[in-house]
Design a protein around this ligand. Structure first.
Ligand SMILES: Nc1ncnc2c1ncn2[C@@H]1O[C@H](COP(=O)(O)OP(=O)(O)OP(=O)(O)O)[C@@H](O)[C@H]1O
Length: 400
C-alpha cells in the first residue's frame, strides 16, 4: 500500500496539469562516454548525459557537429565505438573493454520523427498513425488511433491523405504515429526545419505540450536555438563532437561554462575586466563577489578572486543585463539600434569605447548618436578566465 502511495505521489500532476517526471536516484535514460565515428574520424567524442522520465532533452549545435550521429547511435542505427546507453533500467549498448553488446534498433522501444515527416502518401492519416500498432487488437488499435488524433487535434482529418494537409499538420501526424505505440524514448531529428519560422516556434510549443501530457521522454536534434528553448527541459550544446554543456535553457543563457556556449546561446558582449585587490574592474563599474558571510556590523564580506592583481579577464554582459534609466548618472552613447516590435535592441558605446547591447522597451525611442542613462543589473556575473576558456558564475555580487 505504501509503495503504491509513493508511486502515485511521484506521478502527481503539478499545477500546470502535467505529470511531474518520476524522481528516482537512477536516471531513466543515460548515455555514458559515447564515442561514434566513420572510418578514421571520430564524430561523437565522449558524450554523457542523463534524462529523467518525462524530460525532454535536445542536442543543439552547428551543422556537422555530430548531433544526428549521436541520435542515430542512441537509436542503434550507427555502431558505437565506445560507451554505454541505458533506458528504463535496460542496457541497450555496452561497448567497453569488458563487453561488446548492442540491442537491435527494432527492440529498443524508441520512436522517431524526421525532418521530412516520412509519412506513407498512399495511406490515410488514421492508417499512418495505426502503422506501428499491428500487434494490437482491432478494438485497441481503433481506440489508440482516435486518442492520438484527438491529442494532435486532427480528428476531423482522419480519412485524408497526408498530401491534403499543411506541413505543420503532416508533422503532427508523424508525431502521432511515433507516439501511438507508446515509445520508451522519442527521437526527433530536426522535425520542424521544413516549416516556416513562425509555424516552427508555435508547433514546437504545442509538441512540448503533447509530450508533457503523455509524459514522454524525448530527445530533439536542432540547430535552432529558439526551437531548443521552446521545447526542451535540458539542452546540450555540441561542438566538434563534444557535449560542451548539458543544462536547462536558463542555465545555458545565464551560466555558460565557456565562451563558445556564451556566444552560441543568446546575444551579448564580453567586456574587458581586470582583477584588482580581489574584485573585477570593468567599464561598467567594479564588481565585488559576495561571500555568504557578514561582519559584525552586518556588512557583506567579499571573496578574493582566484587570480593575481592585474590579470585580464572577460565579463559576459547580456542585453537584459543593461537597464535603461533616464535618472542614472551612468550614460552610454547609442551607436546602433534594431527595432524588434516590443523592444529595441540598442548597441551602446561605453566611455572606454567598448560596446554592449541593451534590450529596451520600444516606448523608449532614442536616436543613434544620443546618450542614454544605463544601470548595469547583471543577473549573474559570468567571468571568463585569463585564457578565455572556462567561466565561473557569481550569483551574489555588488557593484560600485
Ligand atoms: N555515413 C557517414 N559517413 C561518413 N561521414 C559521415 C556520415 N554521416 C555523417 N558524417 C559526417 O559526420 C559529421 C557529423 O555529421 P552529423 O550529421 O552527425 O552532424 P549534424 O550536427 O547532425 O549536422 P546537420 O545539422 O548538418 O545534420 C559530419 O562531418 C558528416 O559529414
Amino acid at each position: 500500500m505504501q509503495a503504491q502511495d509513493s508511486k502515485t505521489s511521484k506521478q502527481d500532476k503539478n499545477h500546470t496539469g502535467y505529470f511531474n517526471p518520476a524522481i528516482t536516484d537512477k536516471p531513466y535514460f543515460s548515455v555514458q562516454d559515447l564515442v561514434v565515428g566513420y572510418d578514421d574520424t571520430t564524430v561523437v567524442d565522449g558524450l554523457s548525459l542523463t534524462l529523467q522520465q518525462g524530460e525532454i532533452g535536445c542536442f543543439l549545435g552547428y551543422s556537422g557537429c555530430g548531433k544526428t550521429t549521436a541520435l542515430r547511435a542512441i537509436a542503434g542505427l550507427e555502431p558505437t565505438r565506445f560507451g554505454i546507453v541505458s533506458l528504463n533500467e535496460q542496457c541497450l549498448t555496452e561497448q567497453t573493454k569488458r563487453k561488446s553488446y548492442a540491442v537491435s534498433p527494432a527492440k529498443r522501444g524508441m520512436g522517431m520523427v524526421f525532418q521530412d515527416y516520412a509519412l506513407f502518401g498512399h495511406l490515410s492519416v488514421a492508417k499512418n498513425i495505426a502503422f506501428g500498432l499491428n500487434k494490437w487488437s482491432a478494438a485497441d488499435k481503433k481506440a489508440r488511433v482516435a486518442e492520438m488524433l484527438s491529442l494532435v487535434e486532427l480528428s476531423e482529418h482522419a480519412d485524408k491523405r497526408p498530401s491534403e494537409l499543411s506541413g505543420g499538420q503532416q508533422q503532427r501526424v508523424a508525431l502521432a504515429r511515433a507516439l501511438a505505440p507508446k515509445p520508451k524514448l522519442l527521437l526527433l531529428d530536426e522535425p520542424f526545419s521544413n516549416l516556416d519560422v513562425v509555424l516552427r516556434e508555435s508547433l514546437a510549443m504545442s509538441v512540448r505540450d503533447i509530450l508533457k501530457r503523455t509524459n514522454t521522454t524525448a530527445i530533439l536534434v536542432t540547430h535552432d536555438q529558439n526551437e531548443a528553448f521552446a521545447l526542451a527541459d535540458k539542452v546540450g550544446v555540441m561542438h566538434q563532437g563534444k557535449l560542451v554543456q548539458w543544462a536547462t535553457p536558463t542555465e545555458l543563457y545565464h551560466e555558460p561554462v565557456s565562451p563558445f556556449v556564451a556566444e552560441f546561446v543568446g546575444e551579448g558582449a564580453m567586456i574587458d575586466g581586470i582583477i584588482e585587490a580581489g574584485h573585477v574592474e570593468t567599464a561598467l563599474g567594479d564588481i565585488y563577489r559576495r561571500m555568504e558571510c557578514y561582519d559584525e556590523a552586518g556588512q557583506p564580506q567579499y571573496c578574493e578572486y582566484d587570480y593575481p592583481n592585474g590579470t585580464l579577464i572577460k565579463v559576459l554582459v547580456r542585453p537584459d543585463d543593461i537597464i535603461h534609466d533616464d535618472d542614472s548618472t551612468q550614460t552610454a552613447l547609442v551607436v546602433g539600434r534594431v527595432f524588434r516590435g516590443a523592444n529595441y535592441l540598442y548597441r551602446l558605446q561605453l566611455d572606454d569605447g567598448q560596446t554592449v547591447l541593451a534590450l529596451v522597451s520600444s516606448h523608449h525611442n532614442h536616436e543613434v548618436g544620443s546618450r542614454i542613462g544605463i544601470l548595469p543589473m547583471l543577473k549573474h556575473v559570468v567571468v571568463f578566465d585569463e585564457k578565455n576558456v572556462n567561466a565561473t558564475t557569481w550569483s551574489e555580487y555588488d557593484m560600485s
